[in-house]
Each structure stands twice: as structure tokens, then as C-alpha cells.
Design a protein. Structure first.
Length: 497
């Protein structure tokens, strides 16, 4: 098609060492191997087959990197029984079941037979995707976010297929795209943003929010984008089955004409493919052809921050971006998209104009604001978004009240895991006050729950502090400074990539 060379992935020689073949991690699911039913000899054979499967994907990856016009005609055979088994093991054993009610544990009781049957149906085209079960989770602003819980077999096939497709698309995706990619996480995006604004000539920041992106994603455009690289019709039909499976809510099925269900394993990759062609490649060309000064781009899924040296560049980019998105049935959220003054001269310029302190912007759970170091240099600092922390504390309080009669040791271990999880994400340099405040508030909530166990109690604050010191980890910074981690990861490549 269009003069592109088509490549059969099974006949490509050589091997490329690259870590991008690992399956993308699901942030809300744990990892553990399924138990039992294989002896050591079978385990060794399985490991050998998995190594061969990984080598086959390495060959796909090599072709994708060397030939950006290659289209892959034979991909579905990479969705093997071994890859399906690995996908099953990577799922959370405690995850909610889909519309069919099949759980991880029940499926694993006849795992090998189930996987062989699933593989056979996928390969001969008899596999049918089940609709997602619609649930809602509360957002920090009080609204509800719809999620689709896929059936277990759909999760397995999606996860295995994503691993295969990652071998191709990781060679295509640009450096400023961070969301849901192997070897990348939100803190990598946060580091790049801080380093870019501090080191580059950034004076203006566009906080761009795409309105209802996951529900507005156009299926026809998505298939066209996928066809740029995928010529295997069986893989394309497989993806279309997931897109058209629909959702079940309160027992009623509804079709999915547009969008990709949030919560599905395949949705992040499809979103990245869509935005790669709609935004990333276009933005890269725009800053090369039209920008008069520096332009910094950091995208994590549909959350995008763009920094500019000149206001004229920022305003033109915003206008052009709105027109670009409209061509693909997308649009900017006018209420959340903002152009603000931010950078090394922002404090001085706002002071000269009598504007007070520069505005702040939010990205990936943090409020970013302009500050200065002890020696007077500009620094971009971060603190936990207040609404996020308040929402988390409300959630902990509700759970504590239901668990207040649990043994003290059990409560302590559970709350310790809550604090560790909070520190693992939010304990970045410059955010120590918010981290301490979260732990202190959690201790107060625990104190209130324990005192409500009964009218006769002997708990005072002196004893409560001993409980907190015994069970809860101390509030401390767990992340390095952004420039240290960014330089170590990129070997001091420019953040404007």
C-alpha cells in the first residue's frame, strides 16, 4: 500500500538487544506466577520457548527500526500459547471479573487446556470478544470516570497482542511520548518537564487538555493509522473486535461506535498510536518549521504540556492544534486548556506588570509552580495536588471506619502500605511538607477511628504517636532530583526531543 514494503516477520535475520519488548505494566495490577501443575523440567522447557519467542520479537523490532515504511504481514503467529501464558501470569489474581464472571483462579484450574483452546480460536478466527462491564470510579473533582472491565480471556489476548505490537511501535513513537510505554513511567515525564523548563528558554506553558479523548477516538481513523504498519488482516480484525464489542451496564448492552474502553489493556497502546499520528508527528514538524524559539513537548497519554520561548509561538500553536484535532474528530477542552506565563523570568515579569505570583499548572498529580533556589536560581517546584490528597484521605477515612474493629496490628500493616504507596509516587524533592501533611492527617484519622471503637477507651496522643512510630514509615523523600535521574537515563540528551 502506498509504495510501502511489506515484511513477513518470520524471515528476518539477526537480533537486536532492546528492552522494549517487555509487556507494558498495569499500574493497578500485581504480578505473580500461577501456582502448581508444572514440574521443573516442564518449567525449563517453557522458559526455553519463551526465550525463542522473545528472539522472534527482537527480529520484528529490528525490521521496524531499520525500515520505517515496512508493513508487517505476519504477526498473529507471535500470539502463541507461551505468550498467552505469560499474559495470564501477569494479570492480577484479585482483579474483578468481566461479564462472564470468570476469575483468574478458576481459569487457572485448567490453565493449559484453556490456553490451548484460546490459542486455537484466535488463530483460526473463531475468537469472539466479549463486551466490557461498565463501572464508575470517583475522580478527584467529584465526577465519575467510566471504566470497562474486560473478560479474562480478552485481557489475556489483549496483553499478548500489545506485547507483539510494542515491538513495532516502540521503534516509531517519539521521545516526548511517555504514557504507558515499556520502560517509561509518569516520573520520567515529570523529570523531562522540569529539566526542560529549567534548562531551556521557556517563558510560556500551554496546558492542553483533549476533551473526552478516550470516548471520542474515531475507529475509522484508528484503523487507517494502524494500517501504516500492520498488513496482517487477522490482527486488524482482532483489534476491531475489541473496539466493537460494546459495553454492558445494568444488564443492558450498548454498541461502541467511537472510543476505546478505559481500563482495557489494549486501550493505552491504541491511544498512543492515534496520538502519534494526530499530534506527535505533527507537533514535531510544527516546531521545526514554524517555531521562532525553543519549544518543549511532554505528553503522557492524553495529558500534554508544551513550553514556548515566545508567546506568539504559543498562541499560533494553540490555534493550529485546535484545527489539527478537529480534522480527526477531537477538540480541546476550553475550560481546562490554559496558556500561562511560566519560566525563569516569570516571577520578575509578573512583578513588573503587577500580576502577583505566576500561575500554576497541574500535571500527573502535581501542581507545578515557579520558585527560586537558596542561591537565587530559578527552579520549577512540585507539590501534591490538594484535591488529590483530600480525595485520598476521604477514601482512607471511609475504609478506616469500616475496619476500626480490626486488630491493631492488621490496621497498622494496612495503613503502612497506604503510606508507602503515597511515598513511592509523591515523595519528590520539594514536596516534603505535603508528604508530611498526608502522614499526619492519616495518623489523625486513625486516632479518630480507634477512639470510636467504644465509649471506654484509654487512647491518648502519647500512645497514638507510639503506634504511628511503630507501624507507619516516616515521611521522607524517596525520589532523586529530576535533573539527576533525567541525565542518568538519557545520558544528558536534550529534553527538547
Amino acid at each position: 500500500m502506498n509504495g510501502r514494503r511489506e515484511s513477513d516477520s518470520r524471515v528476518v535475520p539477526a537480533k537486536l538487544a532492546n528492552k522494549a519488548g517487555r509487556a507494558a505494566a498495569e499500574s493497578v495490577e500485581g504480578r505473580r506466577l500461577d501456582e502448581g501443575n508444572t514440574d521443573r523440567q516442564n518449567a525449563l522447557r517453557t522458559q526455553g520457548r519463551e526465550v525463542c519467542a522473545s528472539s522472534a520479537l527482537d527480529r520484528v523490532r529490528q525490521v521496524a527500526m531499520k525500515d520505517k515504511e515496512a508493513r508487517f504481514t505476519a504477526l498473529l503467529h507471535h500470539v502463541s500459547v507461551d505468550r498467552l501464558r505469560v499474559a495470564y501470569r501477569a494479570l492480577s489474581p484479585t482483579a474483578a471479573a468481566g461479564v462472564d464472571g470468570v476469575t483468574w483462579e478458576s481459569y487457572g484450574q485448567e490453565l493449559e487446556a484453556n490456553l490451548r483452546g484460546l490459542h486455537e480460536r484466535v488463530q483460526r478466527g473463531a475468537y469472539r470478544a466479549k463486551p466490557s462491564r461498565r463501572v464508575y470510579i470517583a475522580k478527584a473533582d467529584g465526577r465519575l470516570r467510566p471504566l470497562g472491565i474486560a473478560a479474562l480471556e480478552d485481557k489475556i489476548v489483549q496483553r499478548a497482542t500489545v506485547e507483539v505490537l510494542n515491538a513495532i511501535y516502540e521503534a516509531d513513537f517519539l521521545g516526548f511520548s511517555y504514557g504507558f510505554r515499556p520502560g517509561r513511567g509518569p516520573h520520567d515525564a515529570l523529570d523531562a518537564l522540569v529539566v526542560g523548563i529549567e534548562r531551556k528558554k521557556v517563558n510560556w506553558v500551554l496546558d492542553a487538555d483533549i476533551r473526552d479523548f478516550f470516548t471520542s477516538l474515531d475507529h475509522r481513523w484508528l484503523v487507517k493509522f494502524l494500517e501504516h504498519r500492520i498488513a496482517d488482516k487477522r490482527v486488524l480484525r482482532l483489534i476491531q473486535k475489541w473496539l466493537r464489542a460494546g459495553v454492558v451496564e445494568d444488564g443492558a448492552w450498548s454498541a461502541s461506535e467511537d472510543g476505546s474502553p478505559q481500563g482495557a489493556t489494549v486501550s493505552p497502546l491504541l491511544a498512543n498510536v492515534y496520538l502519534h499520528y494526530v499530534f506527535d508527528r505533527w507537533a514535531q514538524q510544527w516546531r521545526t518549521r514554524h517555531a521562532r524559539g525553543d519549544v518543549l513537548i511532554v505528553r503522557y497519554a492524553d495529558d500534554t504540556i508544551v513550553g514556548f520561548q515566545h508567546r506568539s509561538d504559543a498562541e499560533r500553536f494553540q490555534r493550529d492544534l485546535a484545527q489539527r484535532l478537529a480534522k480527526f474528530r477531537l477538540g480541546l477542552n476550553a475550560e481546562k486548556t490554559r496558556l500561562i506565563r511560566c519560566g525563569r523570568f516569570a516571577v520578575q515579569q509578573c512583578k513588573e506588570r503587577g500580576l502577583g505570583r505566576p500561575e500554576t499548572f497541574e500535571f500527573l498529580g502535581f501542581t507545578h509552580y515557579c520558585a527560586t533556589t537558596k542561591d537565587g536560581r530559578f527552579a520549577l517546584r512540585r507539590k501534591t495536588i490538594s484535591k488529590r490528597m483530600a480525595a485520598k484521605l476521604r477514601e482512607v477515612r471511609a475504609l478506616l471506619m469500616r475496619r476500626r474493629h480490626w486488630p491493631l496490628e492488621v490496621q497498622g500493616r494496612w495503613l503502612a502500605s497506604v503510606v508507602r504507596g503515597h511515598l513511592a509516587y509523591y515523595a519528590v524533592p520539594g514536596n516534603i511538607h505535603q508528604v508530611v501533611a498526608f502522614r499526619d492527617q492519616l495518623v489523625r484519622l486513625w486516632y479518630g477511628a480507634l477512639r470510636r471503637r467504644g465509649q471506654r477507651h484509654r487512647l491518648n496522643w502519647q500512645r497514638m504517636r507510639r503506634y504511628a512510630e511503630r507501624w507507619l514509615p516516616p515521611a521522607r523523600i524517596t525520589h532523586p532530583w529530576p535533573d539527576q535521574r533525567f541525565d542518568a537515563r538519557t545520558q544528558v540528551r536534550s529534553p527538547v526531543r
